[in-house]
Design a binder for this molecule. Sequence first.
Ligand SMILES: [Zn+2]
Ligand SMILES: [Zn+2]
Length: 204
Amino acid sequence: MPGTTPHTAQPDPRSPYVVDTREFNRRPGSMKRLQETVPAGKDLGTGVLDGVASVAEGADVDLEVRLEAVVEGVLATGSVRAPVTGECVRCLEPLEDVEVEADFQELYFFPGEDTGSDEDAVFLVGDLLDLEPVVHDAVVLALPLSPLCQEDCLGLCSECGAALNEDPEHSHDDVDPRWAALADLKNANRSGTAPAALPAEDQE
Ligand SMILES: [Zn+2]
Ligand SMILES: [Zn+2]
């Protein structure tokens, strides 16, 4: 079975995710800190399904990374923050001011370093390391499966679909059952058949 080793592809030195570690990588204990805002990659913005959160391509991704030279290579430890786009699963409004945050850590081995049986080992290519795969995986794992516009989103009225965040007092409890019966009757007269329930035209 031919192995695929996507992480050893030549990193593009112009990519904002690619870091040149030449100045410090062979001196164990030396360190470099990065704090930067980079554009989200394409694959964080695809596969958007209804109600599923994602990070739009090109959105500002805030990265904080500590790169540390160790005996086997360079250890990257960091955190990432990015804006989430999608739809609230309760009220179906577009998400605003929702962020995804994640921590990550990856050891980039020196080229040719013996990694034992670690098939997922990631390598420096020359002196370059590419943060994009590890950032991508951290963000994708941290994206909410059921995003909410706010913790206590009230969602939609199950009877009429009204947005309850805008009208928390909304209720149907005060409808007199006799009025409902009357509405049924009126509808039955119009269509010739007796509806089982009140028509809910603005629902699916
Ligand atoms: Zn909501
Ligand atoms: Zn309602």
